[in-house]
Design a binder for this molecule. Sequence first.
Ligand SMILES: [Zn+2]
Length: 465
Amino acid sequence: MSRTVIHGGLVVTASDEIHADVLIEGGRIAALAAHGTDAATSWSADRRIDATGMYVLPGGVDAHTHMEMPFGGTYAADTFETGTRAAAWGGTTTIVDFAIQTMGRSLREGLDTWHAKADGRCAVDYGFHMILSDVNESSLKEMDRLVAEGVTSFKLFMAYPGVFYSDDGRILRAMQRASGNGGLVMMHAENGIAIDVLVEQALAEGRTDPRYHGDVRKVALEAEATHRAVQLARVAGAPLYVVHVSADEAVDEIAAARHKGLPVFGETCPQYLFLSTDNLAEPGFEGAKYVCSTPLRPREHQEVLWRGLRNNELQVVSTDHCPFCFSGQKEMGRGDFSKIPNGMPGVEHRMDLLHQAVVDGHLSRRRWVEIACASPARMFGLYPKKGTIAPGADADVVIYDPGAEQTISAETHHMAVDYSAYEGRRVTGQVRTVLSRGVPVIEDRAYVGHAGHGTYLPRGTCQYL
Ligand SMILES: [Zn+2]
């Protein structure tokens, strides 16, 4: 069995920061021992990695990606191959992507389609959530079978009427089912019926630029939907995970629910923490690069999101990675913001941007690891296999250089998309080496992984946070 020792680094997990050497055996963490002790120096190894001056982190878990997702007649630009490679470059060693049920078809058919897209192509490990587009007797029954086989979370939409939208009755039924089978309902909480009215009115009045995408998707309509989702989950006796929370008032709804002791959880994304409606208003058609839903909000919302992350009102930062090229894809919405494919690239820079938040004083190092690695792993039934460095865990390990300076740019990123939402942004900290189950994927800033190393992860049920 091949043995690797990582020595001299600062091991940072959600609970501890210790100067420890790490022994990896057969793809798993075998032991930790204080650096310099007899125990650590006596380990024999096939490979030794010097992590002096580095952080040794559990691999990132990005619980919200959309590789090659169909949207508005086109597909997200990253395939499972390019997207998981980019994830690895950024220190993310697990993604949970969304398989989609096509209206009128079974969950099984959707899941099979996504397995076929990902199988043999991923650089790092992956699991699936299931998007429920069509809640009916047979898809409800199928939920039980999916939970039993490791697809334990189901996304529903209060937005996108005519596409993914479910009305309150369907949502309630799905939540009732989840409360019985251990599944977790993930909610896109925006009042899509009202938003569509505002979209129609804006377009009729000639307000067609990207900035109006942010305008019509009102804070109140995110907060209202979040409130409604909480109440429906409460009635159903089900836990609820609200995806991509962007508005301060939506954070307040989640905080109020948690204050009542309800099992309600919130996720936000780097774009809401670092970008704002100023970006949507960039001149020309540049704002299209930042069109995603929920939308970017005015700057003032950022402080509430940071506070929410610190206070555990929000538990997870995922990317909602759903990249569309500016050229040829985002451009489909010139003259009509409602035709701009919704989504942004981000899977590569989540760990770095959140490290910058540590540097800036928004988060502690342990909270950084918690919201990016441990909590998403717990939330989606992957802990402690993923999300920590402890004996028995998969040896998904990132050697992170906290002092390295880098400039984020489309020129140097590895995502298959022609722009960066963070073009020119300087950040402190960079991934040096990444192991996935003990196997190097990135080694001293060189990609040494391969498509097909990543394996499918059946997941357990949600561990409440
Ligand atoms: Zn999404």
